[in-house]
Design a protein around this ligand. Structure first.
Ligand SMILES: *[C@@H]1O[C@H](CO)[C@@H](O)[C@H](O)[C@H]1NC(C)=O
Ligand SMILES: *[C@@H]1O[C@H](CO)[C@@H](O)[C@H](O)[C@H]1NC(C)=O
Ligand SMILES: *[C@@H]1O[C@H](CO)[C@@H](O)[C@H](O)[C@H]1NC(C)=O
Ligand SMILES: *[C@@H]1O[C@H](CO)[C@@H](O)[C@H](O)[C@H]1NC(C)=O
Ligand SMILES: *[C@@H]1O[C@H](CO)[C@@H](O)[C@H](O)[C@H]1NC(C)=O
Ligand SMILES: *[C@@H]1O[C@H](CO)[C@@H](O)[C@H](O)[C@H]1NC(C)=O
Ligand SMILES: *[C@@H]1O[C@H](CO)[C@@H](O)[C@H](O)[C@H]1NC(C)=O
Length: 268
């Protein structure tokens, strides 16, 4: 960690800029304000490999069938878009906005990928400006702390919602130079202010479907009524890419149902 090399005064400044964020984690799964459940990555972790892989259960752990949904279904996912953005770095890349670009630099509709699978493995080639290894070493580096921003457009029991779920990751893993990488410019979008995005204004449902949550999903149509889903999520910790690094403190809740507070240090 860069911070460990710095004098105490600077270290305090860095800690003062750390984010305290709350995530609802159980059985290695991260629950969101919506029908999707995040199996990987885990908050704050560095991510390994040539691609980032976001594993999303789009069935609320078995409560919602896969598309195509019955036309009269009171619950369905309209679409899910995902961005990788950072206020610290000033980038906002499209991972998927529903329309694939050349070579799948940004991805098409993830709900149509892996038909038959309730877990969608969103694999996205890191763009060129993220090439490197370890912490950012130059002032202009685009590596460092980002959020995976998962936007869900869905209908739950007859009401439409749009929610935003931001999960911090640390782009400090080794990403090799490769001519196939898309340019960052080709994927970059305008970065809106937190006031413009207004996460709290957008999210009109709380985190759903964590163990102990009694929310049911009316699926109606030809597939019948409520289904309560499995009693326990099936994700294993091994589905996370990398483990919680030194920048992350976990404070587990009671039982295996943990409402876990997490502190993510920003490292510039
Ligand atoms: C996290 O959420 C819990 C329950 O809603 C709350 O009591 C706690 O203060 C929150 N912690 C932070 C750091 O926001
Ligand atoms: C997602 O679904 C909403 C509601 O049906 C629609 O307004 C929006 O255009 C869709 N967005 C994408 C990217 O498909
Ligand atoms: C990540 O998202 C949180 C919550 O939306 C936000 O407060 C924070 O500034 C974001 N982090 C970065 C690096 O942009
Ligand atoms: C994107 O990937 C999908 C699935 O592998 C493939 O069917 C499609 O042709 C690709 N699209 C583009 C634009 O490369
Ligand atoms: C989707 O994202 C790509 C890459 O940022 C962009 O070129 C394209 O215009 C976007 N398409 C839509 C429909 O927003
Ligand atoms: C990132 O870009 C997308 C597409 O333009 C936008 O919907 C989203 O709000 C942007 N995120 C931020 C944090 O500005
Ligand atoms: C965010 O949205 C809520 C609900 O629509 C609204 O009351 C609030 O004024 C908005 N905040 C900002 C900064 O626009």
């Amino acid at each position: 960690m860069i911070t460990s090399l710095l004098p105490n005064a600077l270290l305090l400044v860095f800690l003062g800029r750390a984010l305290a964020l709350n995530f609802t984690v159980a059985g290695g799964q991260i629950f969101t304000p919506g029908l999707a459940v995040l199996d990987a990555p885990q908050p704050g972790t560095p991510l390994g490999g040539e691609t980032i892989e976001v594993a999303l259960d789009v069935s609320a752990n078995g409560r919602l069938p896969l598309p195509p949904y019955p036309s009269d279904s009171p619950s369905k996912i309209h679409n899910i878009t995902i961005f990788l953005y950072s206020y610290a770095i000033g980038k906002n890349f499209t991972i998927t906005n529903g329309t694939a670009t050349a070579n799948n630099a940004s991805l098409g509709d993830i709900m149509l990928s892996e038909p038959g699978s309730t877990v969608k493995h969103v694999k996205w080639l890191w763009p060129d400006c993220l090439v490197g290894d370890g912490q950012p070493t130059t002032v202009g580096s685009a590596r460092g702390v980002y959020n995976i921003s998962i936007r869900q457009n869905f209908r739950l029991n007859g009401a439409d919602h749009y929610t935003i779920f931001d999960m911090p990751i640390s782009v400090t893993n080794k990403i090799d130079f490769d001519l196939l990488r898309p340019t960052c410019d080709s994927l970059n979008n305008p970065l809106l202010t937190p006031e413009q995005v207004n996460v709290t204004g957008a999210n009109d449902v709380p985190v759903l479907f964590a163990p102990g949550d009694s929310t049911t999903v009316q699926t109606g149509g030809s597939s019948g009524g409520d289904s309560l889903g499995p009693s326990k999520p099936t994700a294993s910790p091994g589905q996370g890419l990398g483990n919680a690094g030194s920048s992350v403190n976990w404070r587990s809740g009671a039982h295996w149902v943990g409402l876990v507070g997490i502190v993510v240090a920003i490292v510039f």
